[in-house]
Design a protein around this ligand. Structure first.
Ligand SMILES: C[S@@+](CC[C@H](N)C(=O)[O-])C[C@H]1O[C@@H](n2cnc3c(N)ncnc32)[C@H](O)[C@@H]1O
Length: 198
């Protein structure tokens, strides 16, 4: 069985971002991206939490992205029937999709306003490369990591959650926000924009 996080953690984290930290505003629908989305349930939970412009999972295993895509019918017919009329109107269920591929090879990652990634099994070298990619996210973009923190000065740590339930026990989550660019940023240029500005 694949190692999985308790979806309650994903939902509570996104709700806390909206209610306490002011992210996930309807005026800026944003992009949720899960890097290594496995069977896809976290993406569906994220889709219930906010009206994303796009809510996307990337996984290198075709069987997972196929499975996750097949769940869409059940999500539309069953899960969404529990939403209020207003919630249904606010949500665009066509925004959910799953991409089969290597998240190191896609520019999609840096378009996200919220990235969720389980770093439990990622070795140090790929983790460094992944962290460097995240540095290109827009100001105020959020990164939620499981088990391992990010070693970067370009993010604020918003909070940690040391009691996240998973299929293998409990672990710690780290929730970050991309800082505004400074003179030290290599990429401190015109395309550095604020995800709250749109
Ligand atoms: C520990 S599982 C977590 C699955 C999911 N996040 C969950 O909580 O249910 C990690 C997933 O990441 C995927 N993965 C690992 N490295 C990847 C990469 N470089 N690109 C795309 N997917 C990757 C694996 O195929 C696996 O499905």
């Amino acid at each position: 069985m694949i190692a999985e996080v308790d979806v309650v953690f994903v939902m509570n984290t996104l709700l806390k971002l909206r209610r306490v930290f002011g992210h996930l505003k309807l005026a800026n629908r944003g992009i949720f991206l899960e890097a290594g989305s496995g069977p896809g349930k976290n993406v569906y939970v994220a889709a219930l939490t906010h009206s994303w412009q796009r809510c996307v999972g990337i996984d290198m295993r075709q069987s997972f992205t196929d499975h996750a895509t097949r769940l869409k019918l059940r999500f539309d017919d069953d899960t969404c029937s529990f939403l209020t009329e207003k919630q249904r109107q606010e949500r665009d269920n066509d925004s959910i999709d799953f991409v089969c591929g290597n998240f190191f090879d896609t520019d999609l990652l840096v378009t996200a306003s919220v990235v969720y990634v389980d770093l439990t099994c990622m070795p140090s070298d790929p983790l460094r490369r992944f962290t460097n990619m995240l540095d290109d996210l827009a100001t105020a973009a959020v990164v939620i990591t499981l088990t391992r923190p990010l070693d970067t000065s370009k993010f604020f740590l918003l909070w940690t959650d040391p009691h996240v339930a998973t299929s293998w026990g409990t672990t710690t989550a780290f929730i970050y926000e991309r800082k505004p660019p400074t003179g030290d940023d290599d990429d401190d240029d015109d395309d550095d924009h604020n995800v709250h500005d749109e």
